[in-house]
Design a protein around this ligand. Sequence first.
Ligand SMILES: Nc1ncnc2c1ncn2[C@@H]1O[C@H](COP(=O)(O)OP(=O)(O)O)[C@@H](O)[C@H]1O
Ligand SMILES: O=P(O)(O)O[C@H]1O[C@H](CO)[C@@H](O[C@H]2O[C@H](CO)[C@@H](O)[C@H](O)[C@H]2O)[C@H](O)[C@H]1O
Length: 466
Amino acid sequence: MSEVSPYAPARSAVPGQTLPASLGPLLLDWLPRRRWFAGKGSPLSHVSVVAETELLPLPASGNQPGLVHLLVRAGRAPGDCYQLLLGVRRTLPPHLAPALVGHLHHGPFAGAAVYDALHDPRATGLLLEALRSRARVGGLRFEREGEKPLPLDGAPRLITSEQSNSSVVYGDALILKLLRRVTPGVNPDLELPLALAREGCSRVPAPAGWLTADLPGEAEPYVLAVLQPFLRGADDGWQLALARLAQDRDFTAEARALGHATAEVHLSLARALPTVTLGRAQLSQMVEGMCERLDAAVQAVPALVPYADGLRSAYTALADLASEGRTWTAQRIHGDLHLGQCLRTPDGEWSLIDFEGEPSRPLAERRLEQPAVRDVAGMLRSFDYAAHAGRPWPPGWADACRAAFCTGYAEATGSDPRTDPVMLRACETEKAVYEVVYEARHRPDWLRVPLAAIQRLSAGATGEVP
Ligand SMILES: Nc1ncnc2c1ncn2[C@@H]1O[C@H](COP(=O)(O)OP(=O)(O)O)[C@@H](O)[C@H]1O
Ligand SMILES: O=P(O)(O)O[C@H]1O[C@H](CO)[C@@H](O[C@H]2O[C@H](CO)[C@@H](O)[C@H](O)[C@H]2O)[C@H](O)[C@H]1O
Protein backbone atom coordinates (compact mmCIF):
# COMPACT_ATOMS: atom_id res chain seq x y z
CA MET A 1 0.00 0.00 0.00
CA SER A 2 1.20 3.48 -0.83
CA GLU A 3 3.03 5.64 1.70
CA VAL A 4 0.98 8.60 0.53
CA SER A 5 -2.15 9.20 2.57
CA PRO A 6 -4.99 7.84 0.42
CA TYR A 7 -7.68 9.79 2.22
CA ALA A 8 -9.99 12.38 0.83
CA PRO A 9 -10.39 15.48 2.99
CA ALA A 10 -12.94 14.82 5.72
CA ARG A 11 -16.38 16.25 5.23
CA SER A 12 -17.53 18.24 8.19
CA ALA A 13 -19.55 16.38 10.77
CA VAL A 14 -22.95 17.82 11.46
CA PRO A 15 -24.17 16.47 14.80
CA GLY A 16 -27.83 15.56 14.79
CA GLN A 17 -28.11 15.78 11.00
CA THR A 18 -30.52 13.23 9.59
CA LEU A 19 -28.90 10.75 7.23
CA PRO A 20 -29.36 11.22 3.48
CA ALA A 21 -32.97 10.30 2.80
CA SER A 22 -31.92 7.25 0.85
CA LEU A 23 -29.55 5.76 3.48
CA GLY A 24 -31.77 6.28 6.53
CA PRO A 25 -34.39 3.64 5.62
CA LEU A 26 -31.64 1.11 4.80
CA LEU A 27 -30.11 1.49 8.25
CA LEU A 28 -33.50 1.38 9.98
CA ASP A 29 -33.92 -2.09 8.52
CA TRP A 30 -30.31 -3.29 8.80
CA LEU A 31 -29.21 -2.07 12.24
CA PRO A 32 -31.77 -3.96 14.38
CA ARG A 33 -30.67 -7.23 12.75
CA ARG A 34 -27.08 -6.86 14.00
CA ARG A 35 -26.13 -8.92 17.06
CA TRP A 36 -24.29 -5.86 18.43
CA PHE A 37 -27.34 -3.60 18.17
CA ALA A 38 -28.50 -3.05 21.75
CA GLY A 39 -31.87 -1.41 21.05
CA LYS A 40 -33.69 -4.63 20.13
CA GLY A 41 -37.23 -4.98 21.43
CA SER A 42 -38.59 -1.57 20.47
CA PRO A 43 -39.10 -0.53 16.82
CA LEU A 44 -36.36 1.67 15.39
CA SER A 45 -37.81 4.83 13.86
CA HIS A 46 -34.91 7.27 13.65
CA VAL A 47 -31.20 7.21 12.89
CA SER A 48 -29.17 10.42 12.97
CA VAL A 49 -25.57 11.24 12.15
CA VAL A 50 -23.20 12.09 14.99
CA ALA A 51 -20.12 12.27 12.77
CA GLU A 52 -19.38 11.42 9.18
CA THR A 53 -15.89 11.08 7.73
CA GLU A 54 -15.25 10.24 4.12
CA LEU A 55 -12.20 7.95 3.89
CA LEU A 56 -12.43 7.25 0.15
CA PRO A 57 -14.48 9.46 -2.18
CA LEU A 58 -17.86 8.03 -3.12
CA PRO A 59 -17.75 6.35 -6.52
CA ALA A 60 -18.83 8.59 -9.36
CA SER A 61 -18.21 5.85 -11.91
CA GLY A 62 -16.51 2.49 -12.41
CA ASN A 63 -16.35 0.05 -9.53
CA GLN A 64 -14.02 1.81 -7.12
CA PRO A 65 -15.45 1.68 -3.61
CA GLY A 66 -16.32 4.80 -1.69
CA LEU A 67 -15.74 4.52 2.05
CA VAL A 68 -17.49 6.44 4.81
CA HIS A 69 -16.87 6.20 8.53
CA LEU A 70 -20.03 6.99 10.45
CA LEU A 71 -21.03 7.46 14.03
CA VAL A 72 -24.81 7.31 14.20
CA ARG A 73 -27.31 7.60 16.99
CA ALA A 74 -30.11 5.06 16.97
CA GLY A 75 -32.65 3.58 19.35
CA ARG A 76 -34.99 5.01 21.93
CA ALA A 77 -34.09 8.68 22.72
CA PRO A 78 -31.41 9.85 23.29
CA GLY A 79 -30.26 6.68 21.52
CA ASP A 80 -26.99 4.78 21.56
CA CYS A 81 -24.07 5.76 19.39
CA TYR A 82 -22.86 3.12 16.92
CA GLN A 83 -19.75 2.95 14.76
CA LEU A 84 -20.24 1.96 11.10
CA LEU A 85 -17.81 1.67 8.23
CA LEU A 86 -19.86 1.72 5.06
CA GLY A 87 -18.68 1.03 1.54
CA VAL A 88 -20.49 2.28 -1.53
CA ARG A 89 -20.04 0.56 -4.91
CA ARG A 90 -21.87 0.88 -8.21
CA THR A 91 -21.83 -2.92 -8.46
CA LEU A 92 -21.27 -5.22 -5.50
CA PRO A 93 -18.91 -8.14 -6.27
CA PRO A 94 -20.38 -11.56 -5.30
CA HIS A 95 -17.98 -12.05 -2.36
CA LEU A 96 -19.41 -8.91 -0.72
CA ALA A 97 -23.06 -9.92 -1.20
CA PRO A 98 -23.47 -11.04 2.47
CA ALA A 99 -22.34 -7.56 3.55
CA LEU A 100 -25.09 -5.72 1.65
CA VAL A 101 -26.96 -3.09 3.67
CA GLY A 102 -29.16 -2.07 0.71
CA HIS A 103 -29.32 -0.02 -2.49
CA LEU A 104 -29.61 3.76 -2.58
CA HIS A 105 -32.79 4.91 -4.28
CA HIS A 106 -32.30 8.65 -4.69
CA GLY A 107 -29.64 11.26 -5.33
CA PRO A 108 -26.39 11.21 -7.31
CA PHE A 109 -25.58 7.63 -6.22
CA ALA A 110 -29.02 6.14 -6.96
CA GLY A 111 -28.67 2.41 -7.65
CA ALA A 112 -25.33 2.07 -5.81
CA ALA A 113 -24.92 -0.69 -3.22
CA VAL A 114 -24.15 0.28 0.40
CA TYR A 115 -22.40 -2.48 2.37
CA ASP A 116 -20.66 -3.18 5.66
CA ALA A 117 -17.10 -2.42 4.59
CA LEU A 118 -15.54 -4.53 7.34
CA HIS A 119 -16.12 -7.43 4.92
CA ASP A 120 -14.04 -5.64 2.27
CA PRO A 121 -10.25 -6.28 2.44
CA ARG A 122 -9.69 -3.04 0.49
CA ALA A 123 -11.35 -1.06 3.29
CA THR A 124 -9.89 -2.95 6.24
CA GLY A 125 -6.42 -2.85 4.68
CA LEU A 126 -6.78 0.91 4.59
CA LEU A 127 -7.56 1.02 8.32
CA LEU A 128 -4.35 -0.86 9.12
CA GLU A 129 -2.33 1.43 6.88
CA ALA A 130 -3.89 4.42 8.65
CA LEU A 131 -2.84 3.03 12.05
CA ARG A 132 0.67 2.39 10.75
CA SER A 133 1.01 5.93 9.43
CA ARG A 134 -0.72 7.54 12.45
CA ALA A 135 -3.21 9.18 10.10
CA ARG A 136 -5.54 12.01 11.11
CA VAL A 137 -8.74 12.29 9.10
CA GLY A 138 -11.30 14.79 10.29
CA GLY A 139 -11.84 13.93 13.97
CA LEU A 140 -10.44 10.39 13.53
CA ARG A 141 -7.03 9.75 15.09
CA PHE A 142 -5.24 6.54 14.17
CA GLU A 143 -2.55 5.75 16.77
CA ARG A 144 0.25 3.21 17.05
CA GLU A 145 2.08 2.13 20.23
CA GLY A 146 5.86 2.61 20.14
CA GLU A 147 8.03 2.54 17.05
CA LYS A 148 7.98 -1.19 16.30
CA PRO A 149 6.80 -1.59 12.67
CA LEU A 150 3.43 -3.24 12.17
CA PRO A 151 3.38 -6.31 9.90
CA LEU A 152 1.26 -5.10 6.98
CA ASP A 153 1.38 -7.98 4.55
CA GLY A 154 -1.40 -10.25 5.89
CA ALA A 155 -4.71 -10.48 4.02
CA PRO A 156 -7.54 -9.10 6.18
CA ARG A 157 -10.56 -11.25 7.08
CA LEU A 158 -13.55 -10.45 9.24
CA ILE A 159 -14.20 -12.87 12.10
CA THR A 160 -17.61 -14.25 11.26
CA SER A 161 -18.83 -15.42 14.67
CA GLU A 162 -21.51 -13.12 16.06
CA GLN A 163 -20.00 -10.92 18.78
CA SER A 164 -20.72 -7.72 20.71
CA ASN A 165 -18.22 -5.96 18.41
CA SER A 166 -16.55 -6.73 15.06
CA SER A 167 -12.98 -7.97 14.65
CA VAL A 168 -10.74 -8.16 11.59
CA VAL A 169 -7.68 -10.45 11.51
CA TYR A 170 -4.69 -9.45 9.32
CA GLY A 171 -2.85 -12.54 8.12
CA ASP A 172 -2.16 -14.35 11.34
CA ALA A 173 -0.37 -11.40 12.90
CA LEU A 174 -2.81 -8.76 14.12
CA ILE A 175 -6.44 -8.41 15.13
CA LEU A 176 -8.35 -5.13 15.00
CA LYS A 177 -11.46 -4.94 17.15
CA LEU A 178 -13.92 -2.24 16.11
CA LEU A 179 -16.20 -1.33 18.96
CA ARG A 180 -19.76 -1.04 17.74
CA ARG A 181 -21.64 0.74 20.54
CA VAL A 182 -19.40 3.59 21.61
CA THR A 183 -19.36 6.30 24.27
CA PRO A 184 -16.93 9.12 24.98
CA GLY A 185 -14.32 8.48 27.66
CA VAL A 186 -11.58 6.03 28.55
CA ASN A 187 -12.52 2.54 27.41
CA PRO A 188 -11.35 -0.34 29.65
CA ASP A 189 -10.78 -2.52 26.59
CA LEU A 190 -7.84 -0.27 25.75
CA GLU A 191 -7.05 1.09 29.21
CA LEU A 192 -6.57 -2.24 31.01
CA PRO A 193 -4.54 -4.15 28.38
CA LEU A 194 -2.27 -1.07 28.03
CA ALA A 195 -1.81 -0.84 31.80
CA LEU A 196 -1.13 -4.59 31.99
CA ALA A 197 1.37 -4.49 29.12
CA ARG A 198 3.21 -1.58 30.72
CA GLU A 199 3.23 -3.54 34.02
CA GLY A 200 4.91 -6.43 32.20
CA CYS A 201 1.97 -8.83 32.45
CA SER A 202 2.16 -11.33 29.59
CA ARG A 203 -1.33 -12.79 30.09
CA VAL A 204 -2.96 -10.18 27.85
CA PRO A 205 -2.12 -9.30 24.21
CA ALA A 206 -0.52 -5.85 24.35
CA PRO A 207 -2.32 -3.14 22.30
CA ALA A 208 -0.33 -2.25 19.19
CA GLY A 209 -2.58 0.59 18.03
CA TRP A 210 -5.95 2.23 18.47
CA LEU A 211 -8.45 4.55 16.83
CA THR A 212 -10.17 7.43 18.61
CA ALA A 213 -12.53 10.20 17.53
CA ASP A 214 -12.62 13.76 18.80
CA LEU A 215 -16.08 15.20 18.33
CA PRO A 216 -17.07 18.83 18.65
CA GLY A 217 -18.89 19.41 21.94
CA GLU A 218 -17.54 16.25 23.63
CA ALA A 219 -14.99 16.75 26.40
CA GLU A 220 -13.45 13.30 25.92
CA PRO A 221 -12.63 11.33 22.76
CA TYR A 222 -14.43 8.15 21.77
CA VAL A 223 -12.30 4.98 21.67
CA LEU A 224 -13.38 3.25 18.46
CA ALA A 225 -10.97 0.38 17.83
CA VAL A 226 -8.01 -1.51 19.33
CA LEU A 227 -5.29 -3.36 17.41
CA GLN A 228 -3.54 -6.30 19.13
CA PRO A 229 -1.22 -9.16 18.23
CA PHE A 230 -3.25 -12.12 17.00
CA LEU A 231 -2.60 -15.24 19.11
CA ARG A 232 -2.01 -17.69 16.27
CA GLY A 233 -3.39 -21.18 16.71
CA ALA A 234 -5.05 -20.31 20.04
CA ASP A 235 -8.18 -22.16 21.15
CA ASP A 236 -10.79 -20.44 23.21
CA GLY A 237 -11.68 -21.91 26.57
CA TRP A 238 -15.35 -22.31 25.67
CA GLN A 239 -14.64 -24.49 22.61
CA LEU A 240 -12.03 -26.49 24.53
CA ALA A 241 -14.42 -27.13 27.41
CA LEU A 242 -17.20 -28.21 25.05
CA ALA A 243 -14.83 -30.55 23.20
CA ARG A 244 -13.82 -32.17 26.49
CA LEU A 245 -17.43 -32.54 27.55
CA ALA A 246 -18.29 -34.15 24.23
CA GLN A 247 -15.56 -36.74 24.88
CA ASP A 248 -16.71 -37.17 28.50
CA ARG A 249 -13.28 -35.94 29.64
CA ASP A 250 -12.04 -33.98 32.61
CA PHE A 251 -11.10 -30.25 32.30
CA THR A 252 -9.73 -29.64 35.78
CA ALA A 253 -6.05 -29.17 34.84
CA GLU A 254 -7.07 -26.40 32.41
CA ALA A 255 -9.45 -24.88 34.95
CA ARG A 256 -6.69 -24.76 37.52
CA ALA A 257 -4.28 -23.13 35.06
CA LEU A 258 -7.02 -20.64 34.25
CA GLY A 259 -7.32 -19.85 37.94
CA HIS A 260 -3.57 -19.11 37.94
CA ALA A 261 -3.82 -16.89 34.86
CA THR A 262 -6.77 -14.93 36.25
CA ALA A 263 -4.95 -14.43 39.54
CA GLU A 264 -1.83 -13.16 37.74
CA VAL A 265 -3.91 -10.63 35.85
CA HIS A 266 -5.59 -9.50 39.08
CA LEU A 267 -2.24 -9.13 40.83
CA SER A 268 -0.87 -7.07 37.94
CA LEU A 269 -3.98 -4.87 37.80
CA ALA A 270 -3.72 -4.25 41.54
CA ARG A 271 -0.11 -3.12 41.06
CA ALA A 272 -0.78 -1.03 37.96
CA LEU A 273 -3.93 0.80 39.07
CA PRO A 274 -5.39 2.04 42.36
CA THR A 275 -7.09 -0.25 44.86
CA VAL A 276 -9.64 0.89 47.45
CA THR A 277 -11.20 -0.47 50.62
CA LEU A 278 -14.93 -1.05 50.60
CA GLY A 279 -16.56 -0.47 53.98
CA ARG A 280 -20.14 -0.22 55.12
CA ALA A 281 -21.07 2.86 53.03
CA GLN A 282 -19.55 1.54 49.80
CA LEU A 283 -21.05 -1.91 50.32
CA SER A 284 -24.47 -0.48 50.92
CA GLN A 285 -24.15 1.46 47.65
CA MET A 286 -22.96 -1.67 45.85
CA VAL A 287 -25.86 -3.73 47.24
CA GLU A 288 -28.29 -0.98 46.28
CA GLY A 289 -27.01 -1.21 42.69
CA MET A 290 -27.36 -5.01 42.75
CA CYS A 291 -30.96 -4.71 43.98
CA GLU A 292 -31.80 -2.09 41.34
CA ARG A 293 -30.41 -4.27 38.57
CA LEU A 294 -32.37 -7.21 39.94
CA ASP A 295 -35.60 -5.15 39.91
CA ALA A 296 -34.94 -4.09 36.32
CA ALA A 297 -34.20 -7.70 35.34
CA VAL A 298 -37.43 -8.94 36.95
CA GLN A 299 -39.33 -6.29 34.98
CA ALA A 300 -37.65 -7.34 31.76
CA VAL A 301 -37.87 -11.12 32.25
CA PRO A 302 -40.99 -12.24 34.15
CA ALA A 303 -39.55 -15.78 34.57
CA LEU A 304 -37.46 -14.25 37.39
CA VAL A 305 -40.46 -13.17 39.48
CA PRO A 306 -40.76 -16.33 41.66
CA TYR A 307 -37.07 -16.13 42.56
CA ALA A 308 -36.70 -12.41 43.23
CA ASP A 309 -36.89 -12.55 47.04
CA GLY A 310 -34.44 -15.44 47.28
CA LEU A 311 -32.01 -13.66 44.98
CA ARG A 312 -32.29 -10.42 46.93
CA SER A 313 -31.35 -12.31 50.10
CA ALA A 314 -27.94 -13.05 48.55
CA TYR A 315 -27.36 -9.30 48.34
CA THR A 316 -28.74 -8.36 51.75
CA ALA A 317 -26.54 -11.02 53.38
CA LEU A 318 -23.60 -9.07 52.00
CA ALA A 319 -24.90 -5.77 53.38
CA ASP A 320 -25.39 -7.51 56.77
CA LEU A 321 -21.75 -8.62 56.81
CA ALA A 322 -20.61 -5.08 56.03
CA SER A 323 -22.73 -3.65 58.81
CA GLU A 324 -20.94 -6.04 61.18
CA GLY A 325 -17.70 -4.28 60.21
CA ARG A 326 -16.35 -6.55 57.47
CA THR A 327 -14.39 -4.75 54.72
CA TRP A 328 -13.22 -5.80 51.24
CA THR A 329 -10.45 -4.70 48.92
CA ALA A 330 -11.60 -3.56 45.50
CA GLN A 331 -9.52 -3.14 42.36
CA ARG A 332 -9.89 -2.93 38.59
CA ILE A 333 -11.01 -6.28 37.19
CA HIS A 334 -11.87 -7.84 33.83
CA GLY A 335 -15.59 -7.36 34.43
CA ASP A 336 -17.07 -9.95 32.04
CA LEU A 337 -14.81 -12.94 32.43
CA HIS A 338 -16.00 -16.22 30.92
CA LEU A 339 -14.49 -19.17 29.08
CA GLY A 340 -14.90 -17.46 25.70
CA GLN A 341 -12.59 -14.65 26.88
CA CYS A 342 -9.74 -17.08 27.65
CA LEU A 343 -7.44 -18.14 24.83
CA ARG A 344 -5.00 -21.04 25.18
CA THR A 345 -1.99 -20.70 22.91
CA PRO A 346 -0.28 -23.76 21.37
CA ASP A 347 2.37 -23.62 24.14
CA GLY A 348 -0.42 -24.31 26.68
CA GLU A 349 -0.51 -20.82 28.23
CA TRP A 350 -3.76 -18.94 28.89
CA SER A 351 -4.33 -15.32 27.85
CA LEU A 352 -7.33 -13.17 28.72
CA ILE A 353 -9.02 -10.88 26.19
CA ASP A 354 -11.95 -8.45 25.92
CA PHE A 355 -11.65 -6.14 28.93
CA GLU A 356 -14.66 -4.10 27.89
CA GLY A 357 -16.74 -5.28 30.86
CA GLU A 358 -20.43 -6.14 30.59
CA PRO A 359 -21.49 -4.37 27.39
CA SER A 360 -24.87 -3.23 28.75
CA ARG A 361 -23.41 -1.34 31.75
CA PRO A 362 -22.52 2.37 31.59
CA LEU A 363 -18.83 3.03 31.00
CA ALA A 364 -18.31 4.79 34.35
CA GLU A 365 -19.67 1.76 36.21
CA ARG A 366 -17.47 -0.63 34.24
CA ARG A 367 -14.40 1.36 35.30
CA LEU A 368 -15.12 1.19 39.03
CA GLU A 369 -12.88 -0.76 41.39
CA GLN A 370 -14.65 -3.98 42.39
CA PRO A 371 -13.94 -7.06 44.51
CA ALA A 372 -11.83 -9.41 42.37
CA VAL A 373 -14.20 -12.24 43.32
CA ARG A 374 -16.56 -10.83 40.71
CA ASP A 375 -14.34 -12.21 37.93
CA VAL A 376 -14.04 -15.50 39.79
CA ALA A 377 -17.84 -15.68 39.91
CA GLY A 378 -17.96 -15.05 36.14
CA MET A 379 -15.69 -18.03 35.51
CA LEU A 380 -17.62 -20.27 37.90
CA ARG A 381 -20.80 -19.44 36.00
CA SER A 382 -19.04 -20.26 32.76
CA PHE A 383 -18.16 -23.83 33.83
CA ASP A 384 -21.81 -24.25 34.73
CA TYR A 385 -22.80 -22.92 31.27
CA ALA A 386 -20.48 -25.35 29.52
CA ALA A 387 -21.88 -28.30 31.45
CA HIS A 388 -25.44 -27.28 30.56
CA ALA A 389 -24.66 -26.62 26.89
CA GLY A 390 -24.54 -30.27 25.87
CA ARG A 391 -26.70 -33.27 26.66
CA PRO A 392 -26.75 -35.30 28.82
CA TRP A 393 -25.97 -33.04 31.78
CA PRO A 394 -22.79 -34.47 33.39
CA PRO A 395 -23.15 -34.27 37.17
CA GLY A 396 -19.94 -33.25 38.90
CA TRP A 397 -18.09 -31.92 35.81
CA ALA A 398 -18.81 -28.25 36.53
CA ASP A 399 -18.24 -28.63 40.29
CA ALA A 400 -14.83 -30.20 39.66
CA CYS A 401 -13.84 -27.36 37.30
CA ARG A 402 -15.15 -24.71 39.68
CA ALA A 403 -13.12 -26.18 42.55
CA ALA A 404 -9.98 -26.52 40.40
CA PHE A 405 -10.28 -22.91 39.22
CA CYS A 406 -10.49 -21.68 42.85
CA THR A 407 -7.53 -23.87 43.80
CA GLY A 408 -5.42 -22.40 40.98
CA TYR A 409 -6.49 -18.89 41.93
CA ALA A 410 -5.60 -19.50 45.59
CA GLU A 411 -2.19 -20.96 44.69
CA ALA A 412 -1.25 -17.78 42.83
CA THR A 413 -2.73 -15.17 45.19
CA GLY A 414 -2.64 -16.89 48.57
CA SER A 415 -6.32 -16.10 48.91
CA ASP A 416 -9.01 -18.70 48.20
CA PRO A 417 -12.28 -17.23 46.91
CA ARG A 418 -14.18 -20.02 48.69
CA THR A 419 -13.29 -18.47 52.04
CA ASP A 420 -15.66 -15.60 51.21
CA PRO A 421 -18.88 -17.51 50.39
CA VAL A 422 -21.24 -14.57 51.00
CA MET A 423 -19.47 -12.32 48.49
CA LEU A 424 -19.09 -15.24 46.09
CA ARG A 425 -22.80 -16.08 46.23
CA ALA A 426 -23.76 -12.40 45.79
CA CYS A 427 -21.45 -12.05 42.76
CA GLU A 428 -22.59 -15.33 41.22
CA THR A 429 -26.18 -14.29 41.72
CA GLU A 430 -25.53 -10.97 40.04
CA LYS A 431 -23.87 -12.66 37.11
CA ALA A 432 -26.71 -15.14 36.69
CA VAL A 433 -29.26 -12.29 36.77
CA TYR A 434 -27.23 -10.44 34.12
CA GLU A 435 -27.11 -13.61 32.02
CA VAL A 436 -30.87 -14.08 32.21
CA VAL A 437 -31.36 -10.60 30.75
CA TYR A 438 -28.59 -11.14 28.18
CA GLU A 439 -30.04 -14.45 26.99
CA ALA A 440 -33.64 -13.17 26.93
CA ARG A 441 -32.46 -10.36 24.69
CA HIS A 442 -29.98 -12.17 22.45
CA ARG A 443 -30.43 -15.96 22.66
CA PRO A 444 -33.81 -16.95 24.14
CA ASP A 445 -33.04 -20.65 23.54
CA TRP A 446 -30.27 -20.37 26.16
CA LEU A 447 -32.41 -18.84 28.88
CA ARG A 448 -32.77 -22.21 30.58
CA VAL A 449 -29.04 -22.22 31.44
CA PRO A 450 -28.88 -19.17 33.74
CA LEU A 451 -32.41 -19.92 34.99
CA ALA A 452 -31.20 -23.25 36.36
CA ALA A 453 -28.56 -21.37 38.37
CA ILE A 454 -31.13 -18.79 39.46
CA GLN A 455 -33.21 -21.57 41.04
CA ARG A 456 -30.18 -22.88 42.89
CA LEU A 457 -28.89 -19.49 44.03
CA SER A 458 -32.30 -18.16 45.09
CA ALA A 459 -32.72 -21.21 47.31
CA GLY A 460 -29.77 -19.92 49.33
CA ALA A 461 -27.15 -22.32 48.01
CA THR A 462 -23.80 -21.46 49.51
CA GLY A 463 -20.61 -23.43 49.51
CA GLU A 464 -21.49 -24.89 46.09
CA VAL A 465 -17.84 -24.83 45.19
CA PRO A 466 -16.61 -28.04 46.78
N1 LIG B 1 -5.55 -11.43 20.40
C1 LIG B 1 -6.33 -12.38 19.87
N2 LIG B 1 -5.79 -13.47 19.27
C2 LIG B 1 -6.57 -14.43 18.71
N3 LIG B 1 -7.91 -14.37 18.66
C3 LIG B 1 -8.50 -13.31 19.25
C4 LIG B 1 -7.75 -12.26 19.88
N4 LIG B 1 -8.60 -11.33 20.38
C5 LIG B 1 -9.84 -11.78 20.05
N5 LIG B 1 -9.79 -12.96 19.39
C6 LIG B 1 -10.92 -13.73 18.86
O1 LIG B 1 -11.94 -12.81 18.49
C7 LIG B 1 -13.15 -13.08 19.20
C8 LIG B 1 -13.83 -11.77 19.55
O2 LIG B 1 -13.02 -11.00 20.42
P1 LIG B 1 -13.60 -10.22 21.68
O3 LIG B 1 -12.54 -9.28 22.15
O4 LIG B 1 -14.14 -11.20 22.67
O5 LIG B 1 -14.77 -9.39 20.99
P2 LIG B 1 -16.29 -9.11 21.41
O6 LIG B 1 -16.26 -7.95 22.36
O7 LIG B 1 -16.91 -8.78 20.09
O8 LIG B 1 -16.87 -10.37 22.04
C9 LIG B 1 -12.72 -13.90 20.41
O9 LIG B 1 -13.73 -14.77 20.84
C10 LIG B 1 -11.50 -14.64 19.90
O10 LIG B 1 -11.90 -15.85 19.29
O1 LIG C 1 -18.16 -12.11 24.87
P1 LIG C 1 -19.03 -10.90 25.03
O2 LIG C 1 -18.31 -9.70 25.54
O3 LIG C 1 -19.85 -10.60 23.83
O4 LIG C 1 -20.03 -11.32 26.25
C1 LIG C 1 -21.43 -11.44 26.12
O5 LIG C 1 -21.75 -12.63 25.40
C2 LIG C 1 -21.38 -13.88 26.04
C3 LIG C 1 -21.87 -15.02 25.12
O6 LIG C 1 -21.19 -14.96 23.91
C4 LIG C 1 -22.05 -14.00 27.39
O7 LIG C 1 -21.55 -15.18 28.06
C5 LIG C 1 -22.48 -16.15 28.49
O8 LIG C 1 -22.45 -17.25 27.57
C6 LIG C 1 -21.18 -17.93 27.49
C7 LIG C 1 -21.36 -19.10 26.53
O9 LIG C 1 -21.65 -18.64 25.23
C8 LIG C 1 -20.76 -18.45 28.87
O10 LIG C 1 -19.46 -19.05 28.79
C9 LIG C 1 -20.72 -17.30 29.86
O11 LIG C 1 -20.39 -17.80 31.14
C10 LIG C 1 -22.08 -16.62 29.89
O12 LIG C 1 -22.04 -15.47 30.76
C11 LIG C 1 -21.64 -12.80 28.24
O13 LIG C 1 -22.30 -12.90 29.50
C12 LIG C 1 -22.06 -11.51 27.51
O14 LIG C 1 -21.64 -10.37 28.26
